[in-house]
Ligand binder design. Structure first.
Ligand code: SF4
Ligand code: SF4
Length: 374
């Protein structure tokens, strides 16, 4: 790029994509990105472009997730897999503090491993995942009390989002206004273009450090009015999106329809397995367990993911409040699209579609909302 010029956007050809990863490494970042593992696309450490899911496409529908290898050399022609940022910022198992016996007294220490030694750069996040991150920021660090684990892990992340040019089979981000193009909260946004044997990426800077990195990409070129081209790709993704949620007045409708007969119907089908809450990038229910060494010399307090679908989650002095599966499903759906707004001023759903894909019986939250709105 030209010396001294502020760089908001540039074009990077596929053959030079490595330079983006190299620039992150030079800055000391450990890169986490999408790779194929166990027949799914998950987020794991990435050292080189060759580890990315080159040519892989995901096929998703209610209760179905499949990967298919194609001949195209695309790097990001898939949508969201079972992983999200949640695993990294709000780990499924986290030691909170330890207590050790010291003679006749005990000494408690907060787990120092909360402190991070490495800086992390995430590449390949989707716009809906950035929206989920924004929601978690409100939940964990936006109120009167902050979660120290999340706060430390959230600090200094370098976020590279990939705008979606193809809709997944269960996505409805357009309804939730969280995609297919990221509007904010990223350092660099990438749009991949592969057509007529041309393969390149439009890179847009969303922060000072993102723009500074773009400026250093020696192989970055001017984008030459290709903004129109990528806009057409986002429009195509919206048109392809097979699922939708009508959000107008939804908060009030759900609050008024708590006895809707559809809750009996879905309660009969739901297995209460909690898959939907575990893959959801915004669900954040947790529980704490105390684990004591057999000798009694030490004990740890551990925070673990929990789910509003488990019976124990609503246990209050003598028994669970939500005994039926129907009541637990209703709690989840109404929280996501109604009471979450009372708590945090936003929906608790970003339209990623994971809960639909990973539900073993294919329950579809968009279909349930249609029936309850009905
Ligand atoms: S409720 Fe479902 S679609 Fe909405 S954010 Fe969670 S997993 Fe994604
Ligand atoms: S809606 Fe589906 S994924 Fe969620 S608890 Fe019920 S069966 Fe499991």
């Amino acid at each position: 790029m030209k010396e001294g010029k502020t760089v908001n956007a540039c074009l990077l050809e596929r053959k030079h994509f490595d330079t983006l990863l190299d620039a992150l490494k030079v800055r000391g970042y450990k890169i986490i990105g999408p790779i194929v593992k166990d027949n799914a696309i998950v987020l794991e450490p990435v050292e080189s472009v060759t580890q990315l899911p080159i040519g892989w496409v995901d096929e998703q529908s209610n209760g179905v997730y499949r990967l298919r290898k194609t001949d195209t050399p695309t790097l990001f022609n898939f949508t969201v897999g079972p992983h999200s940022l949640k695993q990294y910022l709000f780990p499924s198992v986290q030691k909170i503090f330890m207590t050790q016996r010291q003679g006749k007294s005990t000494e408690s220490t907060v787990d120092e491993k909360v402190e991070r030694k490495k800086k992390y750069a995430f590449i390949g996040l989707r716009p809906c995942e950035l929206a989920a991150l924004h929601i978690h920021d409100m939940v964990f660090i936006g109120g009167m009390y902050s979660d120290p684990v999340y706060q430390v892990r959230r600090k200094d992340l370098f976020l590279i989002v990939v705008n979606c040019t193809r809709a997944g089979g269960t996505c409805f981000c357009a309804s939730m206004k969280t995609g297919p193009r990221a509007e904010r909260g990223y350092d660099i946004a990438i749009t991949e273009v592969y057509e007529k044997n041309q393969h390149y990426f439009i890179l847009e800077g969303g922060s000072d450090r993102g723009m500074s990195l773009l400026k250093e990409l020696k192989q970055g070129k001017e984008i030459d009015g290709r903004v129109q081209k990528v806009q057409e790709l986002y429009t195509k993704a919206v048109q392809e999106m097979g699922k939708a949620v009508e959000t107008s007045k939804l908060k009030d409708i759900l609050a008024q329809q708590l006895e809707h007969p559809e809750y009996d119907n879905v309660g009969n089908r739901c297995l209460s397995c909690a898959n939907c809450t575990l893959v959801c990038p915004t669900c954040f229910c947790s529980t704490v367990e105390d684990v004591t060494e057999l000798s009694g010399a030490s004990a740890d307090r551990i925070r673990k993911w929990d789910s509003c679908f488990t019976l124990d989650f609503s246990y209050i002095h003598g028994g669970p409040v939500r005994l039926s599966v129907k009541s637990r499903y209703r709690q989840w759906l109404v929280h996501k699209f109604s009471t979450w707004i009372d708590q945090f001023g936003t929906f608790g759903c970003v339209g990623c579609g994971r809960c639909i894909t990973w539900c073993p019986v294919g329950i579809d939250i968009t279909e349930e909302i249609v029936k309850i709105r009905g």
